[in-house]
Ligand binder design. Structure first.
Ligand SMILES: Cc1ncc(COP(=O)(O)O)c(C=O)c1O
Length: 417
């Protein structure tokens, strides 16, 4: 169609949203055993947040584009408690961190460097902006973490201004960068003047407890943190995200404010009030985050152990709610069934075993890679929140995950026809 901007020809609907719709239809038809495809927090929104939202449902005035002043202050204080020297003036509120990442990518010059596998939206966002996207190879042996050598090579190949996106705890890998890992990368970023977008949307969902190490700790002047309500606070549909732009990158604030004012204007006022108790991070919210993270850990560990027993190669999950198993040891057996790509594997699993997953290819892996992205959240969050820690075993707490693992086992054990 000649009236379509060619930039939009190659962009398709987000893979995760598409699989979710297909899996939902199969579930309604009673044909889905387990939905390991979609990574949404299964828990109810903490009551303190719901009460604050209800109380402010009548707020109807437009708020300042950069956010409700009290929320910006609460968000800065939340990040100060994690050791970052940030003030309310450094904070921006947006309709999800996804939108803020897009706005930041729009404003920052040069290509965007991203270790792969990576979250599904970074590459399409770059494509929408006509921005070069540079995938950086990682290895399973290093938990799919970027190495300083690979980063240094990419910097040499792409001189001039550039942005690196780091996501830890990571989607799709479930792994975390240690402070030592980050120091090795920060040294190169500092030398090369690379701006880092530190996507910390899963920052509180760490199985070792406490916030995950942050690039902003070791490279504060060049790191922008993004985070939000979607994961630890279980309120993805509320659509509220945050960005912390350090003083040293203050020049970004004016164009960011301009983008906000010319696009979404401001995040819904009641939602910003509803977010206040989350960022204030009092004892009840902290207890909620700790308990739900312990459940994420139990669910991820349950699947990890089942995957190990099936001979899949998978880094041990350290946070978030994902695993990234590689079916490489089963390549020959799968090939006899005509399955030679991750996409064919995901398709066969959905069709023959009723288990929804996403192929590693959607996250930037080669088509032949037999990796899958598995989300460990197909259970009734409200029920598990009630029962967890009272003696029930994982098999019993997470029946659909168990059924999914059983179906996967049967699928792999299935003889060629
Ligand atoms: C790695 C990663 N970054 C960012 C986001 C976007 O989160 P938000 O709901 O704040 O837009 C997600 C959500 O799935 C994600 O997995």
């Amino acid at each position: 169609m000649d009236r379509l901007n060619p930039r939009f020809l190659a962009v398709k609907e987000s893979a995760t949203l598409a699989i979710n719709q297909r899996a939902r239809a199969l579930r309604q038809a009673g044909q889905l055993v387990c939905h390991l495809g979609f990574g949404e927090s299964p828990f109810p929104v903490p009551p303190l947040m719901v009460e604050a939202l209800q109380e402010h449902a009548g707020e109807k005035a437009y708020l300042p584009g950069e956010g409700l002043p009290a929320l910006r202050e609460a968000a800065a204080a939340f990040l100060r408690r994690q050791g970052h020297a940030l003030q309310a003036a450094n904070m921006l509120v947006g309709p999800g961190s996804k939108e803020l990442l897009f706005d930041l990518l729009a404003i920052l010059a040069g290509p965007v460097l991203v270790p792969v596998p990576a979250w599904v939206s970074y590459a399409p966002q770059a494509a929408l902006l006509g921005k070069p996207f540079v995938p950086l190879a990682t290895s399973r042996e290093r938990g799919y973490r970027l190495s300083p050598e690979t980063l240094a090579q990419a910097c040499t190949a792409h001189p001039g201004p550039k942005t690196l996106i780091l996501n830890s705890p990571g989607n799709p890998t479930g792994t975390i960068y240690s402070l030592e890992d980050l120091r090795g990368l920060a040294e190169i970023c500092e030398r090369e003047g690379v701006i880092v977008l530190s996507d910390e949307i899963y920052g509180l969902v760490t199985f070792a407890g406490g916030p995950a190490p942050s690039m902003a700790t070791v490279l504060p002047s060049q790191t922008i943190i993004t985070t939000g309500l979607s994961k630890a606070f279980a309120a993805g549909g509320w659509r509220l995200g945050l960005a912390a732009v350090p003083d040293a990158l203050g020049a970004l604030m004016a164009p960011l404010r301009a983008m906000i004012s010319e696009t979404f204007s401001a995040v819904s006022a009641p939602i910003q009030y509803g977010a206040l108790p989350a960022l204030a991070y009092g004892p009840k919210i902290e207890a909620f985050v700790e308990r739900t993270t312990a459940i994420h850990r139990a669910a991820s560990t349950f699947l990890f152990e089942r995957f190990q027993a099936l001979g899949l190669l998978c880094p041990r999950p350290e946070g978030a709610f994902y695993l990234f198993p590689d079916f490489e040891p089963h390549r020959e057996a799968l090939a006899t069934r005509g399955i030679t790509t991750g996409a064919a594997l995901a398709e066969a699993l959905l069709r023959d075993a009723g288990v929804a997953t996403l192929p590693g290819e959607d996250f930037g892996m080669a088509a032949e890679s037999l990796t899958l992205r598995v989300a460990s959240v197909d259970y009734d969050g409200a029920e598990v929140l009630e029962r967890f820690g009272k003696g029930a075993a994982s098999d019993d707490l997470f029946p659909r995950l168990k059924a999914g693992a059983d179906a996967l086992e049967a699928f792999l054990g299935a003889r060629t026809a």
